[in-house]
Design a binder for this molecule. Structure first.
Ligand code: APR
Ligand code: PHB
Length: 388
């Protein structure tokens, strides 16, 4: 087998890159470890920046999002029950779109199938060879060892993938912070407690009220990574969530049987640079942000848009300049996004190591935001994806 661009990983990053390349007539194959059903079973965040919405629409992948997504012109911060609305529309002239990552993935999968572009699902034990010259991707599929020769490899295989690990240690630097807590999430077919997202700081821990649609809600509470999902009945979850919210919001919570409940760790992570020979890293294989700013998918899709433009220029003109600029160009946005996600996480969570002074500083920061439209504008610019 042979192709121009081998894309490792069929999550949203790999699928979007494949979609853009296919539209441009550039041959590509996606090699994915799991089945398509497994990929669609993963529950992830669901807030799209304007730039992400534009990319989906301009590339012909936005019709269902436009019809079913919920435009949000603001969100709320809550601090020990005190509420502050961040008016995105007034502060920045922009809004965000609430549309689940699972739905973006489903739409991109359908387009790929219609286009007849190949995705090799359930490809196990992927190994990369020849990254500095002529790459070959090896994998086991249907019980057989197979290989795919290519010109470039796009490492879109997420944080635990094989691509980043294929770069020799002396050619890559890793920056990481693992937070001393996780998020316990619950999905339920009940209308949301409030019309906009609420990010809540509370002495008992962070809480988030989010949604997937007008009838499906997504809630999270900060928990210790030692917690077991099995110990959290739905009622225990709703009781704890309610304690961390403003009483009026807590009263409006509509309880129902959970469809999904899981614990996710929080991590900040960046690899540098994002190129080794003919291998380019994009999405979660290159960086992780904690979910507090809802940036993971947006950042991943920004990476692949820039990578696509660089590959397209290369195949159009033979020039390698844009490919050389890929890593520094996306890292600029990655670090700005890391800073925002880290600062939201730091403001809103309960850190076991915080002393009373540091906890007062969190409150002082909330009060400073509440008192300053300028400070709110900075937060709103980052939330809507204006990173300069
Ligand atoms: N070989 C082939 N495929 C692999 C391998 C491997 N060794 N390892 C992982 N994969 C696949 C995974 O099964 C997954 O489908 O790569 C895909 C990576 O997808 P994601 O983890 O969704 O990462 P990405 O496409 O970069 O999307 C980033 O996901 O985690 C969220 O917040 C993040 O929203 C952001 C988005
Ligand atoms: C979600 O809906 O899952 C969600 C929303 C916003 C976040 C994180 C997760 O910041």
């Amino acid at each position: 087998m042979r192709t121009k661009v081998a894309i490792i990983g069929g999550g949203p990053a790999g699928l979007m890159l494949g979609h853009l390349l296919t539209r441009e007539g550039i041959d590509n194959v996606i090699v994915e470890r799991q089945s398509g059903a497994y990929v669609l079973g993963r529950i992830r965040a669901g807030v799209l920046e304007q730039g992400t919405v534009d990319l989906l629409e301009q590339s012909g992948a936005g019709s269902r999002m436009r019809a079913e997504g919920l435009p949000h012109e603001g969100f709320e911060l809550s601090f020990d029950g005190d509420r502050l609305r961040i008016d995105l529309a007034k502060l920045t002239g922009r809004s965000v779109m609430v549309y689940g990552q699972t739905e973006v993935t489903r739409d991109l999968m359908a387009l790929r199938e219609q286009a007849g572009a190949p995705t090799l699902y359930e490809a196990k034990d992927v190994a990369l060879e020849g990254l500095e010259g002529s790459p070959v991707v090896h994998f086991t599929r249907n019980g057989e060892r197979q290989s795919l020769a290519c010109e470039y490899v796009a490492g879109c295989d997420g944080f635990h993938g094989v691509c980043r690990k294929s770069i020799p240690a002396e050619h890559i630097r890793l920056f990481e912070r693992v937070y001393p807590f996780g998020w316990l999430g619950l999905l339920v077919d009940r209308p949301p407690a409030a019309p906009e997202l609420i990010y809540a700081h509370h002495a008992r821990g962070f809480a988030l009220c989010s949604m997937r649609s007008a009838t499906r809600s997504r809630y999270y509470i900060q928990c210790s990574m030692d917690e077991k999902v099995a110990d959290w009945s739905d009622d225990r979850f709703y009781d704890e969530l309610g304690r961390r919210l403003n009483p009026a919001v807590a009263d409006a919570l509509k309880r129902g049987p959970s469809i999904e409940k899981s614990i996710a760790p929080l991590r900040s992570f960046v690899a540098e640079p994002l190129r080794f020979g003919h291998l380019f890293l994009a999405g979660d294989s290159a960086h992780i942000v904690p979910p507090t700013g809802a940036k993971g998918l947006n950042l991943a899709l920004h990476d692949v848009r820039v990578l696509f433009e660089a590959l397209a220029e290369h195949y159009r003109t033979g020039s390698a300049t844009a490919l050389e600029r890929y890593s520094p160009r996306v890292l600029d946005r990655i670090w700005k996004t890391e800073r925002f996600s880290w600062s939201m996480t730091t403001l809103l969570h309960n850190f076991p190591e915080h002393d009373p002074f540091t906890r007062r500083m969190q409150r002082a920061e909330f009060d400073a935001l509440a008192g300053s439209p300028t400070a709110q504008r900075m937060m709103a610019e980052s939330y809507t994806g204006q990173f300069g």
